[in-house]
Design a protein around this ligand. Structure first.
Ligand code: GLV
Ligand code: MN
Ligand code: MN
Length: 414
C-alpha cells in the first residue's frame, strides 16, 4: 500500500496557508493565544476541514477537537494523531499547525481511497498548548490525560487575572465537567505527533526527518517579588527595596546555573511585569515567569532547588518578600521503541534520510505518554527559529513529514 503517494499536496498546502491568515499581524507574525477568539476561529476552520474529510467530529468539554475515521473493528483501540493550533505572542505559521493539518490530510486520504483499516483513526487538536497566556502549557492534553481537578481550573490565571475556569465559561464550556474530558486509555492504542523541530540539528545535518526518542519536560513558575516603591530621585540607593533588581539577579543566576549543568539543561525568564512601571519610580513589585527544562528529571530537580535557594538569598539580601506559584513541574518522557522502529521503516520505505533526535520543546505528546505509547516525527526548522515571526519550514519538508506520518498511521491502524 503506497498511501504516501496519494496525499493531496495542494490541499495540505492550501489549508496551511489559510490557517496562517487567522491572527496574522504582518511582520509581527501570528498571535492566536490560548482561549482567545483567534484560537476559537482557527478551531472552527480546522473543524470544517475535518468535516470535508468526512470525519465524525466533536469537541470535548475543554474545547479539544476530535475527528474520527472508524475502523473495521469498533472494539479495537484507536490510533490518535494531532497537535495544536494556538501560538505564542508573535509566533509563526508552522508550530502545531503542521501536525494538526497533516493528520487530517492522512485520514482524508485513507477515507477517499477506501483503504481498509482495523483500528479507528482519530485526528485531534488540543487547545492551549502554549504557555504564553496561563504560564503553563499543553492544557488541552493535560485535561485529556486527567491532570486537572476542578480547583486547578480556578487557580490557573492569565496576567490580567482571568482564570482558566472563566476562559472555559467564556468559550461555552462548563468547568464542572472537567472529569468528562478524560480520555479512556483502554480505548487508545497510541498517539503520534508530527511537528517542526524548532532547533538546528536536522538542518545542520541536512537530514529531512527526525525520529524523536525523548522529550524534555518543563518546570514553569511565576515569582512575585514585593519591595517598596519610592522616588527614583530622592531615595538614597542604600534605602531602596527594588523588586526589579532582585528579579534581574535571579534571571542572571538562572542563566549561570543552567550553563553549569550542560547542553540539555536550559532556563529562561521570558516574562516580566513591573509595577508601577514608571521611569521615575523604584519598582515596588515585579512578577517574572520562569521556564526551566531538561531531558533528565533529576538534573532539572537540582536546578529547580538551586533556583529556589537563590530566590531566598536574594529576597533576604534585598529585604523583599516573595510569592511563588509553581504552575507545572513535569517529567521528561521517552517515545515508544516500537513506534520509533515503525517511523524509521517508513523513512526507509520512502527513501527519506532520517536520524534520531531529542525534543527540547515540549508537546502534547509529553502528556499523552502517560496514558499511551507515543511517537513523534520532526521536520526541519530554518535556522532553528521558532516561537518567532521568522519561523519557517519549507513545504517540501512539511510534505515529506506528512508522507512519513501517513505510512506510520496506516501501519499502526492496519
Ligand atoms: C511549547 O511550545 C514549548 O514551549 O515547548
Ligand atoms: Mn510552541
Ligand atoms: Mn508546538
Amino acid at each position: 500500500m503506497d498511501i504516501a503517494k496519494w496525499l493531496n499536496r495542494d490541499r495540505l498546502r492550501r489549508r496551511l496557508e489559510e490557517l496562517a491568515t487567522i491572527g496574522a499581524q504582518g511582520v509581527n507574525g501570528i498571535t492566536r493565544l490560548p482561549f482567545t477568539k483567534e484560537e476559537r476561529e482557527a478551531m472552527t476552520l480546522v473543524k470544517s476541514y475535518m468535516e470535508e474529510a468526512g470525519l465524525k467530529v466533536h469537541y470535548d468539554d475543554f474545547g479539544n477537537l476530535y475527528g474520527v475515521l472508524e475502523g473495521s473493528d469498533p472494539e479495537a483501540p484507536k490510533v490518535m494523531s494531532g497537535s495544536h493550533i494556538d501560538t505564542v505572542v508573535s509566533g509563526g505559521a508552522y508550530d502545531g499547525t503542521v501536525g494538526t493539518l497533516s493528520a487530517i490530510e492522512v485520514l482524508q486520504t485513507i477515507k477517499e481511497n477506501n483503504l481498509p483499516h482495523k483500528h479507528s483513526l482519530e485526528a485531534c487538536v488540543f487547545v492551549s498548548e502554549e504557555s504564553a497566556r496561563f504560564g503553563g502549557g499543553t492544557l488541552g492534553s493535560k485535561a485529556f490525560v486527567g491532570d486537572f481537578t476542578r480547583d486547578d481550573l480556578d487557580k490557573l490565571k492569565d496576567p490580567s487575572g482571568v482564570t482558566l475556569s472563566q476562559a472555559l465559561l467564556e468559550w461555552g464550556y462548563n468547568p464542572d465537567n472537567i472529569e468528562y474530558v478524560k480520555g479512556d486509555p483502554s480505548k487508545i492504542k497510541c498517539f503520534v505527533e508530527l511537528h517542526i523541530e524548532q532547533s538546528v540539528i536536522l538542518e545542520a545535518n541536512n537530514i529531512p526527518i527526525g525520529v524523536v526518542d525523548q522529550i524534555a519536560a518543563p518546570t514553569n513558575m511565576r515569582l512575585t517579588l514585593n519591595g517598596r516603591a519610592g522616588h527614583a530621585g530622592a531615595t538614597p540607593m542604600e534605602l531602596r527595596k527594588d523588586a526589579f533588581l532582585g528579579a534581574a539577579e535571579i534571571a542572571l543566576e538562572i542563566e549561570r546555573l543552567a550553563n553549569t549543568m550542560g547542553k540539555e539543561t536550559v532556563g529562561t525568564v521570558g516574562e516580566i511585569y513591573v509595577d508601577p512601571n514608571a521611569i521615575n519610580v523604584i519598582p515596588g513589585k515585579v512578577t517574572i515567569g520562569i521556564d526551566i527544562r531538561d531531558v533528565t528529571a533529576a538534573r532539572k530537580e537540582k536546578l529547580f532547588n538551586e533556583v529556589l535557594k537563590y530566590i531566598d538569598e536574594v529576597a533576604k539580601k534585598r529585604g523583599l518578600t516573595t510569592e511563588l506559584d509553581i504552575i507545572a513541574n513535569q517529567v521528561p518522557e521517552k517515545t515508544d521503541k516500537k513506534i520509533v522502529d515503525i517511523i524509521s521503516s517508513a523513512c526507509r520505505k520512502l527513501d527519506i534520510p532520517y536520524m534520531n533526535i531529542t525534543s527540547g520543546a515540549y508537546h502534547d505528546a509529553l502528556n499523552m505518554a502517560r496514558i499511551t505509547d507515543i511517537g513523534m516525527i520532526f521536520v526541519p526548522s530554518k535556522g532553528g527559529i521558532s516561537h518567532a515571526p521568522d519561523e519557517f519550514t519549507s513545504f517540501d519538508d512539511i510534505y515529506r513529514g506528512a508522507q512519513v506520518l501517513s505510512e506510520v498511521l496506516y501501519e499502526l491502524a492496519k
